[in-house]
Design a protein around this ligand. Structure first.
Ligand code: AMP
Ligand code: MN
Ligand code: MN
Length: 328
């Protein structure tokens, strides 16, 4: 846990939330549970404060998130673009490009940037960035406890718990620390539904998603004496199983289940001529450095990038070469 408590930033954040009437809460493309949980928790608080609020993150949103408290504030892209706001709050997004520029740098309007990516570009007027926090919702929790403890509700506790649950892979990843566990425990006392959230967001899968997993596991390959693994999601696999790309969320972690595997890559055909690569490192190798070489980024042990190619074999070759340099 980092020692930074952000007392000054939290009171600046609170002052901006109080001062402004219309707020856009935004997050990164293809939002995960941490991004969604952070957005909805902040939006629920703003709604209670009587503000006009919209939440928007570009890309695909899993329908599971639509069941969460706060989901009614999720806007369509067009509505978010036309929304006249006087404050932007960006969550879980290291730079404005990750939000497709719905977040903007602090120039002409007030921007709050709250995130746990070490590569964060500090684009906000207020920056609450702690690369050691297990999830962005840990930082949002600190904000609530420091500036608005009375505004915490069981709905907000659910949203914040979901962020920690999902960014730690159900409390399995190396980012689990005492603060993540302590905050989770406090969120349970505040009404978070630990079992229901674990069941719905980690354990339960649709029939079609399990069929897709079967196809993706069948593509598993080992490289570099079994120290690296790759898998792929092709458009044929999606068609055959009746799924979409967002149904393959979390599949990359299966590669790390193998004992000797240190590095994993999952390749997904996201558009014609475009392959999205998810990278994972089990112990100490830094995959964000590899992602950055190709214009991507992320954390030491979980990062992503996009390659402009239609050729899965060449994408695999490029990344395995990068892995080889890391392992040598
Ligand atoms: P993913 O493989 O999509 O699950 O991403 C793994 C982690 O890397 C997540 O924490 C993302 O927020 C981060 N990440 C993925 N792609 C990028 C990118 N292009 N730039 C910065 N961070 C990224
Ligand atoms: Mn995220
Ligand atoms: Mn996160």
């Amino acid at each position: 846990m980092s020692g930074e408590r952000f007392e000054k930033e939290f009171s600046e954040m609170m002052a901006l939330m109080e001062r402004h009437g219309s707020v856009l809460v935004t997050g990164h493309i293809d939002p995960d549970g941490d991004c969604i949980g952070s957005m909805f928790a902040i939006a629920l608080m703003l709604e209670e404060m009587g503000k006009t609020v919209m939440c928007y993150a570009p890309g695909e949103i899993s329908e599971l998130f639509l069941k969460l408290p706060g989901a009614s504030m999720l806007a369509r892209r067009e509505d978010a673009s036309n929304f006249k706001h006087d404050l932007i709050i960006a969550v879980d997004s290291p730079n404005t490009a990750r939000t497709e520029h719905f977040a903007r740098p602090c120039e002409n309007e007030d921007v709050i940037n709250i995130d746990h990516h070490p590569t964060n570009e500090m684009y906000g007027c207020v920056n609450i960035v702690d690369g050691d926090a297990a999830a962005t919702t840990v930082l949002v929790y600190r904000f609530f406890m420091s500036s608005a403890p009375d505004r915490m509700t069981s709905d907000i506790a659910d949203c914040l718990y979901l962020g920690i649950l999902m960014d730690t892979g159900g409390f399995r990843f190396r980012n689990v620390d005492s603060e993540a566990l302590r905050v989770s425990s406090e969120l349970l006392d505040l009404g978070a539904r630990a079992f229901d959230l674990a069941h719905e967001y980690i354990y339960m899968k649709k029939f079609s998603t399990l069929k897709l997993l079967g196809l993706v596991l069948d593509s598993l390959r080992l490289h570099l004496d079994g120290r690296a693994a790759t898998m792929e999601v092709t458009s044929e696999m999606l068609e055959k199983s009746g799924t979409t790309l967002k149904d393959s969320e979390g599949f990359v972690d299966y590669g790390a289940a193998l004992d000797d595997v240190e590095l994993v890559a999952l390749f997904r055909e996201t558009a014609p001529g475009e392959i999205r690569v998810s990278l994972r490192s089990k112990n100490h190798y830094d995959v964000s450095a590899l992602a950055e070489r190709f214009g991507g980024g992320g954390h030491v042990r979980a990062a992503g990038l996009t390659l402009e190619t239609a050729d899965l074999a060449s994408a695999r070759e490029t990344i395995v070469k990068g892995f080889k340099e890391m392992l040598d």
